[in-house]
Design a protein around this ligand. Sequence first.
Ligand code: IMP
Ligand code: MG
Length: 218
Amino acid sequence: MAEFGRVPQIPDDEKGYELDLFCVPKHYEEDLDRVIIPHGLIMDRTERLARDIVRDMGGHHIVALCVLKGGYKFFSDLLDYIKALNQNCDKSVPLTVDFIRLKSYCNDQSTNSVKVIGGDELSTLTGKNVLIVEDIVETGRTMETLLSLLSECNPKMVKVVSLLVKRTPRGSGYRPDYMGFEVPDWFLVGYALDYNEYFRDLGHICILNEKAKVKYKV
Ligand code: IMP
Ligand code: MG
């Protein structure tokens, strides 16, 4: 079973690292405050999540459902680790992939509506073991909406893995089955997490500065 609730905590007084101690794209140097989760640490934690998922879901065929766009980096790296386990263990899980595109954010604010704006018909997931792969859970509204849409299609099993979970008073109390890191109530970018589509092309998870929020505002 997954160890529910056990997740590395990034504390509220986390200082992270100064930008110039790591490599960040030149075009974002002026926009970022600090590196909060370096890319290598994301990879190390993802490797362990892959092991936990295979331990719990192993033996069944898994459909990994990537929540676009923010989930694409985590999805790709997580699946690489699951593939490596499949190649090197006695127990292996057949994997297929699916994609859904949801949108709920404008600037750094969650909006009340969660829109499905692309992807295959969810009805293809009927009777399947589905692993939803998400970048970050904040209020929980996106995931609760997706889970309720999915339940109409009667999948056999649904598990959710999210790289990040935010500690926020706006949270609905929803917790994913697997979590990479619990983070403070900050707006984070990088590793495919965006601010109005920018910063997906940044390897580390970082904090945006106030100037950048204005610069990239829509
Ligand atoms: P929720 O519906 O409030 O749980 O928000 C989840 C979605 O909002 C995630 O899938 C992200 O796409 C987006 N989101 C929430 N917090 C952040 C953040 O700090 N940076 C970038 N995107 C975020
Ligand atoms: Mg997302």
